[in-house]
Design a protein around this ligand. Structure first.
Ligand code: PLP
Length: 231
């Protein structure tokens, strides 16, 4: 796809892929949220995406995100943090974001809860799961979900909303559904204990169909929406 292709056209293409996957797998389109991943993109690009109808935005880097959040204050959008969390950044995260999708340890959950301004509604939290148990990857081990979920659920300043995962990229096309299927069963188990958990964040530009097939309720899309990232 040429980078000059207008955003509206790219968005229409992504919407069509989501629609088709939903239809193919017996899902209602309304069950799947499109999150536009804005890392490395200028605030103006996000503003254009908002004008085209996008309402949820994801950011990976706190310092980069804060500048954009300042410039886009006037937009009625939901802001999701989807990057790795350093403990010295939790105060900013807790004050500026609506969702944090990458909570993977109690220490971070405690800081986010303690630092959430009381004027704001509870911070929506997803537990990031290292579903393929990759050594260098963020996310808690699947066996640690229950304990961490219990810890989050006890905090009034946090709202436990579900799970997030980034499966290993080293899979052939025919094997891509398998980690998503394991996430689905972990999510269903979590939701039985925590009925407010309604969000399963999985699927990116290259595999959103496989994720939707296995019950994703939120796909995180960068490249397919904004074109290839520079660098
Ligand atoms: C960059 C990123 C995405 C989007 O990836 P694309 O392949 O560009 O759609 C999704 N989720 C996370 C956590 C990311 O860092």
């Amino acid at each position: 796809m040429p980078t000059t292709q207008p955003l509206a056209q790219r968005l229409a293409c992504v919407e069509q892929r989501i629609d088709r996957a939903c239809r193919e797998h017996g899902r209602a389109r309304s069950e799947v949220t499109l999150l536009a991943v804005g890392k490395t993109r200028a605030a103006d690009e996000l503003r254009r995406a908002f004008a085209a109808g996008v309402r949820c935005f994801g950011e990976n880097y706190v310092d980069e995100a804060v500048g954009k959040l300042d410039r886009l204050r006037d937009l009625d959008a939901d802001w999701h943090f989807i990057g790795p969390i350093q403990s010295n950044k939790t105060r900013t995260l807790s004050a500026r974001f609506d969702w944090v999708q990458t909570v993977d340890r109690a220490k971070i959950a405690r800081r986010l809860a303690d630092q959430r301004p009381s004027s704001l509604q509870p911070l929506a939290v997803l537990i990031q799961v290292n579903i393929d148990r990759e050594p260098q990857k963020a996310g808690c081990d699947p066996d640690e979900i229950d304990a961490l979920a219990g810890f989050i659920a006890e905090r009034d300043a946090l709202a436990l909303r579900g799970l997030m995962a980034i499966p290993s990229a080293e899979r052939s096309a025919s094997e891509r559904r398998e980690p998503f299927a394991r996430m689905r069963s972990l999510f269903e188990r979590l939701a039985r204990v925590h009925p407010c958990a309604d969000t399963l964040s999985m699927g990116m530009s290259g595999d959103l169909e496989d994720a939707i097939a296995e019950g994703s309720t939120l796909v995180r899309i960068g490249t397919a929406l904004f074109g290839p990232r520079p660098g």
